[in-house]
Design a protein around this ligand. Sequence first.
Ligand SMILES: [Zn+2]
Ligand SMILES: [Zn+2]
Length: 279
Amino acid sequence: MTTASISPTESRVCPKCQYDSGNPDAEACPECGTSMVPHCIICGYDLKGLARDGVCPECGTPVEQSYLPDLLQNRSPEYLGQLRSGLSFVLNGILAYVCVVVLGIFSAFVSVTGAELFLAFAGTACSIAILVGWWRLTTPDPGMPPDANAGLGARQIIRIAVCVQLAASVFGLIPQFSTGQTLAPGMTAIVVLSLALGLASLIAWVAQFFAAMLYVRWLARRVPDQKLHDKAKRFMWLGPLLQTVGLLLFGLGPLIALVMYWNMLDVMRKHIKRILAET
Ligand SMILES: [Zn+2]
Ligand SMILES: [Zn+2]
């Protein structure tokens, strides 16, 4: 693995702009000025001014450990555990959602009382599991200076998008309780609001898609896995293409996109499981 773009094992890569300074002792990024002095990888304590051969005054972790390259293998098991559980929520949530959709297609042919309401709730439960998964997957890395964490735009965008979608999916359930014939005046407002939230949710979903691919690339660099990095890069245009023009492929485009998306996240989960098993 010696590809210039993603294997910064020797030098330090700026956590904010990803600039590779080529200097393991750089104190600030020559490109954007972000502090390159790490925070403790276990507790997040700012290690500025502390001797490299000392220990973190907060938790006793050797300082040198936080100066290792920002590869995932050099990060705390707690942080990696959050990433792994996040990926499991997302991956299993997607599988469960596919089951709900299949059941929904069946229920269109056989009428079962309450099936519609049940499926609406099951679908929402799956969406919530996926969103909770993305929230966990974007846990801040304690070893990154906070400004770099905030500056990692993709992480922030995903978290904001998750909140918008959570609000919309919970709110979207409310019209399910209306009886349908005559909507009470208050109910009309709720329907209008939930439609607006639905639109916001759609926009959030699109933003999250692109941010998620950037985030997967950022994680792939830290495995490092050049193949996954390149796949995520390609999927930024291939995914939307499959979702739209791909519909002409007997409507199979979005399904292919979903399988590819699932596989990419599964590869990342396998990496994290392996790293956790090795540490
Ligand atoms: Zn930088
Ligand atoms: Zn510490």
